[in-house]
Design a protein around this ligand. Structure first.
Ligand code: MG
Length: 338
């Protein structure tokens, strides 16, 4: 197995602000694994606040040797091997995992979505995220999303003018809204009041209302909320899923937090056992990681995979998108189109 990779700066269409952070580009590592006559593509998206960098990713790749792994790849052994080399670093592990799934699909001559038994007819609508911005910019972004065909918008809240932002978006659309507070709400009583108000404004779910460490506050909001409350920052990998049960209605799975498709699917199964709803989300990503997540999306309740629409230099063709959802092709592997 031969691994090659290159760093890539993925530029954002709009400077992206969520509760606490703002940025204009995301460092990626684009990776290829060659095995026999096949090439698998993977991607690590390293958003700064999660702590991975091109340097940590490169150092990790220099420590691993995948030559003892042969097809059919045993993903449980592979992930255990990678976790043994170094804990954490889920984005670069996701890049390897995604490339191996792409390879597996190509060797088996099946699309990746079939590996986990997903059915394309069950593909949910994908939301389009609007970062926190001035009202005029929010209006412009909302109109862009509507023009692209999105049927659900996701609004980042957790600033001090949450109601203004929602009212602004409501000037131009009645589409259902998701809200992501990104841990931005300080009081559980005000948080619940806000959730009730948001529900009255056509918001259909809220992500991570309070600090991930504030289990009691998030649980209080969940127990009284009329709409699903979804854990995002509070859930990273498989071991976190059980902790979400009782404190949230569901979890947001992201490949870059989970370490790839294999563990994301384990999280999905665990969530279902616990009666949790499942959202699949993304970071700023090219079509590679978007296609990997989209392969699991039909198994989820909510899909938030707008990466390719929020960036300006995705080196690959954007996956086919119609009436607010991805329509995956039947090519073997991820179905990446150069
Ligand atoms: Mg979130």
């Amino acid at each position: 197995m031969q691994i090659s990779y290159r760093p890539y700066q993925l530029k954002l269409k709009h400077p992206f602000t969520i509760s606490g952070f703002s940025r204009t580009a995301t460092p990626l590592l684009l990776l290829e694994i060659k095995y026999q006559n096949y090439t698998g593509y993977g991607e690590a998206s390293m958003v700064p606040y999660l702590g991975e960098t091109i340097e940590t990713a490169t150092a990790f790749l220099n420590k691993i040797d995948l030559n003892s792994f042969n097809f059919p790849f045993k993903m449980d052994e592979l992930m255990a091997y990678l976790d043994d080399i170094a804990p954490g670093l889920p984005a670069i592990k996701a890049a390897i995992d995604i490339a191996l799934h792409d390879l597996s699909g190509k060797i088996l001559d099946i699309p990746c979505y079939k590996i986990y038994g997903a059915h394309l007819a069950q593909m949910p609508l994908t939301s389009y995220t609007l970062g926190i911005d001035e009202p005029a910019v929010m209006l412009q972004k909302a109109n862009e999303a509507i023009a692209l065909g999105f049927k659900i918008l996701k609004i980042k809240l957790g600033s001090n003018n949450d109601k203004l932002l929602i009212n602004t978006v409501r000037q131009v659309t009645n589409l259902p809204l998701y809200v992501d507070a990104n841990q931005g709400w300080q009081s559980k009583h005000e948080g619940l009041e806000m959730v009730n108000w948001l529900a009255s404004k056509g918001v259909v779910l809220v992500e991570q209302p309070m600090l991930k460490t504030n289990t009691e506050g998030n649980r209080y909001i969940t127990q009284h909320s009329p709409i699903p409350i979804i854990a995002d920052e509070a859930v990273q990998r498989l071991a976190d899923v059980a902790k979400a049960a009782g404190s949230y209605h569901g979890i947001n799975i992201k490949l870059m937090k989970a370490g790839g498709m294999y563990e994301a699917h384990l999280m999905l199964q665990k969530a279902r056992q616990l009666g949790l709803k499942v959202m699949i989300g993304c970071m700023s990503e090219t079509s590679i990681a978007t296609l990997a997540a989209a392969a699991l999306a039909p198994l989820c309740d909510f899909v938030d995979l707008d990466g390719p629409f929020l960036t300006t230099n995705n080196p690959y063709k954007t996956p086919f998108f119609l009436h607010g959802k991805y329509i995956l092709n039947n090519n073997a592997g991820l179905g990446l189109i150069m």
